[in-house]
Design a protein around this ligand. Structure first.
Ligand code: HEM
Ligand SMILES: [Ca+2]
Ligand SMILES: [Ca+2]
Length: 323
């Protein structure tokens, strides 16, 4: 019984805020305690390691941008699967799989073969936001799990940290997401960290002239240099929001205004000079409520990218392998 799908929207190439077959009460009768189970596991995991919230939020993003929100990112290498975990943007970078496994194990006990891995990723992203001090939202559910993954898709659909603003806008547009979505969802960088290799270029050779990115504030720049030397140290980490790396708040946007954004893709939201992204950065820096409201809306939009519903896909028994 794959749920009450009516067929509209599910084959649309883009998700965005268009109709989807997802709805918040999807597990109301089949697994009413689903969110509670998710939150119990998250509370423990995030108390033990606050960064886990960031890692789980990012996992949902990296899932949704490749084949839609279908848990394709959770599949391991096998005879038929080339795992997305080995793609450039994911390798040695995405994490949180054990927490997803623990949630899935508890859900399989309570409601066997009912809650999809794709919905677990969406619930974990929302729960992680809430437990870090961010907004909550009504979360449409009913995504089903893919029987395929796309290594190539993961390499080409997830934006790179040195993206231009035009790059970012185009890649989000392809997923049905607009400027508000791009800027507010980039606010996910209010929590978590990045490796030296993702921002080193800015410190030593931003434009191929052996000069640093001139938009970097001085003292921040010197601090980053000590974490991320010219050679080696590629796996050293630095917070994306150095003021409050474990708190979901709007300081990420304030720091951008002060030249203290970590990635080029953060910086160009302000200085990229295309469309209204710069004005949005300023608006979210000034008004945390506005940021929270838009982030909540945009998370729903991102979560609606190309879900499998009805008789498409399956409910995996293990998130690592197809049934
Ligand atoms: C706009 C384009 C984006 C780019 C170019 C980008 C790039 C990156 C990079 C390079 C890292 C560090 C990875 C590493 O060093 O291993 C990172 C981390 C992170 N990203 Fe993004 N990101 C983008 C959008 C998003 C979105 C939409 C979200 C969620 C709504 C998000 C959430 C996160 C989080 C929470 C972390 C920290 C993860 C952790 O600490 O484990 N990012 N991002
Ligand atoms: Ca996916
Ligand atoms: Ca923060």
């Amino acid at each position: 019984h794959p749920g009450l799908g009516f067929g509209w929207g599910s084959n649309s190439p883009i998700g965005g805020s268009f109709y989807s077959n997802l709805y918040p009460q999807f597990y109301q009768f089949s697994c009413p305690q689903a969110d509670e189970i998710v939150m119990t596991v998250l509370e423990k995991a995030i108390a033990k390691e606050p960064r886990m919230a960031a890692s789980l939020l990012r996992l949902h993003f990296h899932d949704c941008f490749v084949q839609g929100c279908d848990a394709s990112i959770l599949l391991d290498d096998s005879a038929t699967i080339r795992s997305e975990k080995n793609a450039g943007p994911n390798k040695n970078s995405v994490r949180g799989f054990q927490v997803i496994d623990e949630i899935k194990a508890k859900l399989e006990q309570a409601c066997p073969q009912t809650v999809s891995c794709a919905d677990i990723l969406a619930l974990a992203a929302r729960g992680s936001t809430i437990l870090s001090g961010g907004p909550s939202w009504e979360l449409p559910l009913g995504r089903r799990d893919s029987r395929t993954a796309s290594l190539n898709g993961a390499n080409t659909n997830i934006p790179a940290p040195n993206s231009t603003i035009q790059n970012l806008l185009t890649m989000f547009q392809r997923k049905g997401l607009n400027e508000e979505d791009l800027v507010s969802l980039s606010g996910g960088h209010t929590i978590g960290v990045a490796r030296c290799t993702t921002f080193k270029q800015r410190l030593y050779n931003q434009n191929g002239n052996n000069q640093p990115d001139e938009t970097l504030e001085r003292s921040y720049y010197y601090g980053l240099r000590s974490i991320c030397p010219p050679t080696g140290g590629d796996n050293n980490i630095s917070p994306l929001d150095l003021a409050s790396p474990a708190r979901f708040d709007n300081t990420y946007f304030k720091l951008l205004l002060w030249g203290k954004g970590l990635l080029t893709s953060d910086e160009v939201l302000l200085t990229g000079n295309v469309g209204k992204t710069g004005a949005l950065v300023k608006a979210y820096a000034e008004d945390e409520r506005l940021f929270f409201q838009q982030f909540a809306k945009s998370m729903v939009n991102m979560g609606n990218i190309q879900p499998l519903t009805g008789f498409n896909g399956e409910i995996r028994k293990s998130c690592h392998v197809i049934n």
